[in-house]
Every structure is written in structure tokens, then in C-alpha cells.
Ligand binder design. Structure first.
Ligand code: C3B
Length: 830
């Protein structure tokens, strides 16, 4: 029960909360107040961390009135809410974004100066919440930013991991993972609400009983439970006064555990039981695109969706709300298969807790969900063993079986006699062992299934779920991903933003298609000059950062060639590496003169899943090659390789705006979309890329002449795969390729050790699902075209400006408009 117990009589108690005064003096007063009362220190004795925390509180105070008002308006309007269910949110630092959203940046800077402090120093103190692995988690963060900016009611639901994605360090060139202690110095952006905790059950068994009306029912008798404690985060819209909520759940032991500890003779054992419960939200699984099928992971998934559904039904809806009307008030978006266990959970709530009959419950459930698929790699589609699911969530497994029975009856009705099809489509896989195919469950249950770029959605229909698209042709749709222009242009690239705003006004920040108005400026020499100046400023900012952060020296005047993304074979960092090794080899063998090299610095940023050996070996090899190349006098400093450790959102914000060339070189048909590719184009880098994921749409929009396409197309890849890929033939027939591979094999980069990188090279030459060698020639030829164009400064800049002007489509605001229209059918609330 919320609110006061009797009618308030003081006038202030019912007045709307108003934000603190918006002036430098008001800011200073508020900031010092926070420093003194929250941190308990005087300015003269305060640490940088104190100052940062006080600044964060000050900005939060400005947002608070708006947050409360947003909640009031949303409840009053009874508008449909988007419930974004995602196991990952890769938020990035909060302070800069909050200053931008409130337009407090200048005031804060001037106010802090008057206190003898520096805003940039305080901003650098923030540790970003790394509660995601890569693209999927960052996408969720962009989407909630866009919904807030577009005035759409949304609650983001997820997990408050105590340890986010590991901090990557290099020891002798090898990746070593350190725990991410992002909470250690305080976490000013969250609001815990232990009093609103939700109990989540696990294990046990089910039993039949007859209710008062004489109906046969099932109930779940669980064995153990944990508490989900909600932590609320503000999600401020850009300059619109709306602040949505991100609600992340933290697992705590219930009192049963405490009692057990109190009564237990074996104190240590009892404390272990408590630790067991709290482990659920302890750590983010660092596997990206390769689920491990671990029990704790399923616990995490069920934990957060059970909390979220309960929270929405019990706390967001009015008391006594008729759940038959639930689809009028919520659409839950399933971000990949991770939250799909929400489907049987909602069925359980409706049938077991609210007495719905099965058909009624299914009718409601089907209207409440939609599913986004983010991959095409078959091994990335989650399948939970029925043994594990049945042990952990026995009632849910029963419900899944019943959903499957009814679904297969429908399939058999639509395709009589086609038993093979029924088996293929079964939600329950029988081979190699019995398991629940979560993607199938989501497809059957949801109103819509979407891929994340045109090509991906088409392949999803044609290759991954063809039977389903035949049965439900209208369920399948595409929503091409997008990125928030607030964080990734306006905030990350202030110089370019200023230039754009001077040219076309500031409307582009919330209406990115307006960047089109920049097109004529591509032909304006003065504008191009200023554009280059902005790029140069970004490069020098990056140079300073890498010097101080990593001790890496970036040479002046180089083409900055950047490949940043998770380390995965399908993304083909090894192709980029072979390019570097080949340039080095060609100079040393005298095939080209060092003086003819285009001065180029290649920057890598990539984390490998800790258990992914090939990926870790590739990181090691990149670092070894970097060490030799960077120290080589023969190259005359014209080729450099930089691999700053621990690539994250914070580093991306500095790296991407500085880049000249964006590497998007996955094997065609493998990268669902990519979103880094969009950030680079919007910041005026040119792309070298395959015809894959959103690259296809980027190239269509910016134009062939302003994009470096190379490699096999998806149908060519499929054909080569079908006829049999024999990488050895490329090795044998291409002397330049052979020389590069042989050089690695010879131990040249591993102090003479021929075996150190044997597995990497042997895989490329003998196996390699991702056909690196097949695209090598085309890649190198296209890199030569890059160099030719880069030599023509005006032509290059013209293309770069056109990349910016024509990439407005890739705003996540546009993605959100697509979801709103085609999937959620909800409206902004103004
Ligand atoms: C990623 C895909 O690999 C990217 O192509 C895509 O742009 C993003 O999702 C966002 O849609 N992805 C991921 O980061 N993690 C997964 N488990 C699956 C896909």
C-alpha cells in the first residue's frame, strides 16, 4: 500500500514537487548541500569520489520532480506500457547523459569552477555499469533512451549484477579477466526498494487438487525461494521532462535463510545456503552468443522475469484490475531468448493464481509478448534440458508441454500427414537429448517475431524458422537496429555536433533524418575543412586518453583504422590481422617499399569469452604481432597496431569519433545487424565491410561510392559451403597469403615458438567455418582502394560528410517508431 494513511493537511504535502532552481548559484548551493549532507564532508576535505557523488546527487535532484511527475502521468493515463525484458543493459556512464538530458552541462561546469573543481575530472571518476556483453545489451540501453525521449511509457526490466562484464587486462599479451567491481565506490544512480521485494520460488513439485468450485487444478509446491529486491534507475528523455524507469533486480536470501542460520548448529553451512541464494544476481555471464546451459543462468532468467511480471501486475496496475485486459496495458518485448521463460510464467500466474481457464489464459498471454531474435548462429539459440527445467521449474515444464501439445495439434491440422514437419517444429527437441527450444516457444507465443536488420530478418524466415514463417506468415517482421544519437553523436562528438548544429540547427538530435540537410555541405570546401578539424580534435583527444589510460602512443597523421567489437571467429578479427601481417611481410620481403605504405594505425578493442580458447589465442596473437610491428625499424613507423585493453562504452565514446575507417568484416550471413557500424558512419568514418547485417542498409543509404564493399555475398557463402570449403587451396594458390600465414607459423611473432599459434593458423588453413581465406584477396584489394581514396583528402572528406548526412535512418528513435507501429501498438503520452 502506497501513500499517507490520512489526508495530508500541509499544503506542501500535496503540491507538485518542483525542481531546484536552474542557475549557477542554485547549482553551487545544491552541490555543496549534497556534499555536506550526503557525503558528510566539507569541500576542503572532500575526495574526488565525494565530489563526483555529490554532483550525481545534484543532477538526480533536478531530475527527481520530473521522474515523479512521469510516474503520476503514466498511471493517470492508464496508457499501454512497453515492458522491455532484457538480461543485459550496457548503459555506459550516467553522469554525462544526465547532464545532457537536463541541459545542465554549462551550469554544472561553471558552478564547479567556482568551487575550484573540474567537471571533466569528476566525470572520469564514474565507473560505467557494464551489465551487458556487447551489441544486445547496448541496444537495450539505446532503446530505453529513445523511448524516454519519445515520451513513450516504458519500464526496462533486468538484473542488477553485482559484477558486470569482467575487466580485461593483458599479461604478456594474454587476456586475463579481473572482476568488475563497479559498485565498490558507491552507486549514486540507483534507488533500492527492499520494502517492495518480490519472492521468487524454485524447485519442488506440482500437485493436483480440486478447488471450491469443484474444478480440478494444479498447484506448484516449491522447495526454496529467494527475494528479488528492485533497484530503480532514472532513464531521462532528452530535454523533454520525461524520466522513465529501469528496474533491475538483485537477489537476496529470504528470512527463511536467516532463521536457518540462527537455529543452525552448522553456522558455516547455513551461511553457504544464503550465499547460494545471493549468487543468482552475483555475476553476468560473459559468454556472448554462445549459451552454456548452466543452471545458474536459468535461475537468473527465471528470477528476473518472475520479479518483473509480479511487479507489473501488482504494482503498476490499479488494484482489482481485470487481467483479461492485460494486453491493453503492457507489451513485453523479449530481448532474445533469455527472458522467454516469462511465457509459461504468465500462464502460471493466470491459470494457477488467478483461476483463468487454459484457453483464456493463452489468449491473453499470446497478446502480451513479442520476440526479437539477435543471431543466426544455430549454436546461439538456447535449448534448456527438460531435466534441468523440470527440476528447477516443474510447473513451467508442464505448461510448456501443454503449449507444445496444442501447438503440434494445430500443425498436424494445417499439414495433415506431415509428421516430419511436426517433429521439426516441436518446441521440445528430442535429439541429441530432450530440451526446450526457447526460440520456438517465443515464436509460438508472441504476436511478432523480428530480426534486427533486413538481411537477418530474411534469413531468419528462410533459414532458421522457415516452417514457422510458413505457418505464421504475418508474425515475421523486420526492425532494423538503431543507436541513440544523444550519447553517440551529441555527447561523444561535441565538435561535430557543433558543426552540424551551426549548419542545420539543433533539431537533428531528436530527428536524425534531418542530417540529410547536410548533403550540400559535402561540396563546400570550408565545411569540409571544419569537418576535418573536428576529426583532428577527436584524434588528439583519443591520443591523450590512450597515452594516459594505456601508455599507448598514437602517431600523428595516420589513417585511423578501427575494429572494435567482441572477439568472435565469425567477426573475423583474424582477417584484419592477416592484413597487418601481410603488409609487414611484404615490406620485409622487399615486395613493397616502406615509403609506399599509407601511414596507418590499426586499433583493436575486443573482449573474448573467458572459456573461448580460439578467441583468447587470437587476442594473444594480435598483441604479439603488435609488439613486433610497433618496434620494427624497417616499417619506418608507417604501420602501428594499438590494442587498448578493456574496450567498453566509455572507450567507444572516444574511439569511434576519432576513426577514419570502420572495419565490419564478418562472413556474410553471420552478423545479425551490428550497431557499431552505425555509430562509425554517423561519426564520419568510412566503412570497409561485407554485404552483411546492417552493412547492407548502410551501403544502400550512403551509396556505393562512399562505402568499401568486399567479399562474398551471403548466397555465395552458402554456395561455397554447399560445394565444400577447402581453405588449403587458397593457401596453396595465393603466395601473398601463404607468406603471411607461414610467417606466423614460423614462430616469428612468438619468439621462435612454432606451436604457440598453431591452432589459430591450422584452423584457418584446414577448417574455419567462417571462410577467412576465401575473402582475403578481395579484402586486400579493397584496402588498396581505401588507401587510394585516403590520399585524396577532399574526396575522402566528401564521402565522410555524406556518410553522416545519409545515416539518419540509424537512429534508435526510428527503430522505436517501427516497434511502436508494427509490434507494440502504443502511443506517446504527452
Ligand atoms: C548481437 C549481434 O551479434 C549483433 O549483430 C546485433 O547488432 C546486436 O546483437 C543487437 O541486435 N548479439 C549479441 O550481442 N549477443 C547475443 N547473444 C546475440 C546477438
Amino acid at each position: 500500500v502506497y501513500g499517507p494513511s490520512s489526508t495530508p493537511s500541509h499544503p506542501l504535502a500535496t503540491a507538485p514537487v518542483s525542481p531546484p532552481p536552474f542557475s549557477v548559484d542554485g547549482f553551487v548551493k545544491e552541490f555543496l548541500h549534497e556534499l555536506n549532507t550526503n557525503q558528510g564532508v566539507a569541500l576542503s576535505r572532500s575526495s574526488i569520489n565525494d565530489q563526483y557523488l555529490a554532483l550525481a546527487s545534484t543532477v538526480k535532484n533536478y531530475l527527481m520532480a520530473r521522474w515523479l511527475e512521469t510516474g503520476r502521468k503514466t498511471r493517470e493515463s492508464q496508457a499501454k506500457t512497453v515492458g522491455y525484458l532484457s538480461a543485459e543493459y550496457l548503459l555506459g556512464r550516467q553522469l554525462g547523459n544526465a547532464l545532457l538530458a537536463t541541459d545542465l552541462g554549462d551550469i554544472a561546469q561553471r558552478g564547479l569552477e567556482l568551487c575550484g573543481l573540474d567537471l571533466a575530472t569528476l566525470r572520469a571518476q564514474e565507473v560505467e555499469p557494464g551489465l551487458g556483453n556487447g551489441g544486445l545489451g547496448r541496444l537495450a540501453a539505446c532503446f530505453i533512451d529513445s523511448l524516454a525521449t519519445m515520451n513513450v511509457p516504458c519500464i526496462g526490466y533486468g538484473i542488477r549484477y553485482e559484477y558486470g562484464i569482467f575487466r580485461q587486462t593483458f599479461v604478456d599479451g594474454r587476456q586475463v579477466e579481473q572482476p568488475d567491481t563497479w559498485l565498490a565506490l558507491g552507486s549514486p544512480w540507483e534507488f533500492p526498494h527492499p520494502e517492495a521485494s518480490v519472492t521468487v520460488h524454485f524447485g519442488g513439485h506440482t500437485e493436483k487438487y480440486t478447488d471450491a468450485a469443484g474444478t480440478e487444478r494444479t498447484r506448484w509446491v516449491p522447495e526454496w525461494n529467494v527475494l528479488g529486491v528492485p533497484y530503480n534507475y532514472m532513464v531521462p528523455g532528452y530535454l523533454n521532462g520525461r524520466v522513465n524507469t529501469l528496474r533491475l533486480w538483485s537477489a537476496q536470501a529470504t528470512q527463511a535463510f536467516d532463521l536457518q542460520i540462527f537455529n543452525s548448529g552448522d553456522y558455516a553451512d547455513a551461511v553457504r545456503a544464503q550465499t547460494f541464494a545471493e549468487n543468482i544476481s552475483k555475476v553476468l555471464y560473459p559468454e556472448d552468443s554462445t549459451p552454456q546451459g548452466k543452471e545458474l543462468r536459468l535461475q537468473q532468467q527465471y528470477f528476473f522475469v518472475a520479479c518483473s511480471l509480479r511487479d507489473f501486475i501488482d504494482n503498476e496496475l490499479e488494484e482489482g484490475f481485470d487481467l483479461h485486459r492485460l494486453p491493453e496495458r503492457i507489451h513485453f518485448q523479449l530481448n532474445d531468448t533469455h527472458p522467454v521463460i516469462a511465457v509459461p510464467e504468465l500462464m502460471r500466474i493466470l491459470v494457477d493464481d488467478h483461476g483463468f481457464d487454459w484457453d483464456e489464459a493463452w489468449e491473453v498471454t499470446q497478446q502480451c509478448f513479442a520476440y526479437t531474435c539477435h543471431t543466426l548462429l544455430p549454436e546461439a539459440l538456447e535449448i534448456w534440458s527438460t531435466e534441468l527445467l523440470g527440476r528447477l521449474l516443474p510447473r513451467h515444464l508442464e505448461i510448456i508441454y501443454q503449449i507444445n501439445d496444442e501447438f503440434l495439434a494445430r500443425v498436424r491440422e494445417a499439414f495433415p500427414g506431415d509428421e516430419l514437419r511436426a517433429r521439426r517444429m516441436s518446441i521440445i527437441a528430442e535429439y541429441p537429448s530432450r530440451g526446450v527450444r526457447m526460440a520456438y516457444l517465443a515464436t509460438v507465443a508472441g504476436t511478432k517475431v523480428n530480426g534486427v536488420a533486413e538481411l537477418h530478418s530474411q534469413l531468419l524466415r528462410d533459414k532458421v524458422l522457415p516452417d514457422f514463417s510458413e505457418l505464421y506468415p504475418d508474425k515475421f517482421t523486420n526492425v532494423t537496429n538503431g543507436v541513440t544519437p544523444r550519447r553517440f553523436v551529441r555527447m561523444a562528438n561535441p565538435k561535430l555536433s557543433e558543426l552540424i548544429t551551426d549548419a542545420i540547427g539543433s533539431g537533428w538530435v531528436t530527428d536524425l533524418e534531418r542530417l540529410r540537410e547536410l548533403e550540400p555541405y559535402a561540396d563546400d570546401p570550408e565545411f569540409r575543412e571544419q569537418f576535418r578539424a573536428a576529426k583532428a580534435w577527436n584524434k588528439s583527444r583519443l591520443t591523450d586518453l590512450l597515452a594516459q589510460r594505456d601508455g599507448i602512443e598514437l602517431p600523428d597523421g595516420h589513417l585511423l583504422d578501427v575494429m572494435v567489437k567482441r572477439l568472435h571467429e565469425y567477426k573475423r578479427q583474424s582477417l584484419k590481422l592477416l592484413h597487418i601481417v601481410s603488409l609487414y611481410e611484404q615490406v620485409h620481403s622487399g615486395a613493397i617499399a616502406a615509403a609506399d605504405l599509407t601511414p596507418r594505425t590499426v586499433v583493436f578493442g575486443a573482449k573474448a569469452a573467458p572459456g573461448y580458447k580460439m578467441a583468447k589465442d587470437t587476442i594473444h596473437l594480435i598483441n604479439k604481432v603488435a609488439a613486433i610491428v610497433n618496434a620494427d625499424p624497417v616499417l619506418e613507423g608507417r604501420l602501428k597496431v594499438a590494442f587498448p585493453a578493456n574496450y567498453n562504452v566509455t572507450l567507444a565514446e572516444k574511439l569511434i569519433p576519432a576513426a577514419d575507417l570502420s572495419e565490419q568484416i564478418s562472413l556474410a550471413g553471420m552478423e545479425a545487424s551490428g550497431t557499431g557500424n552505425m555509430k562509425f558512419a554517423l561519426n564520419g568514418a568510412l566503412t570497409i565491410g561485407t554485404d552483411d547485417g546492417a552493412n547492407v542498409e548502410i551501403r544502400e543509404l550512403v551509396g556505393d561510392k562512399h562505402f568499401f564493399l568486399f567479399g562474398m555475398s551471403e548466397p555465395e557463402v552458402a554456395q561455397l559451403g554447399a560445394q565444400g570449403y577447402h581453405p588449403g587451396s587458397y593457401y596453396e594458390s595465393n603466395p601473398r597469403l601463404k607468406a603471411a600465414l607461414d610467417l606466423i607459423w614460423s614462430g616469428h611473432f612468438s619468439d621462435g615458438d612454432r606451436y604457440l599459434f598453431d591452432s589459430v593458423v591450422t584452423n584457418l588453413v584446414h577448417n574455419d567455418r567462417f571462410m577467412v581465406l576465401a575473402d582475403f584477396d578481395s579484402y586486400l584489394a579493397t584496402q588498396a582502394k581505401v588507401e587510394e581514396k585516403y590520399a585524396d583528402v577532399d574526396a575522402w572528406t566528401r564521402s565522410a560528410v555524406l556518410n553522416v548526412a545519409r545515416s539518419g535512418f540509424f537512429s534508435s528513435d526510428r527503430s522505436m517508431r517501427d516497434y511502436l507501429k508494427r509490434i507494440w501498438h502504443t502511443q506517446p503520452v504527452i
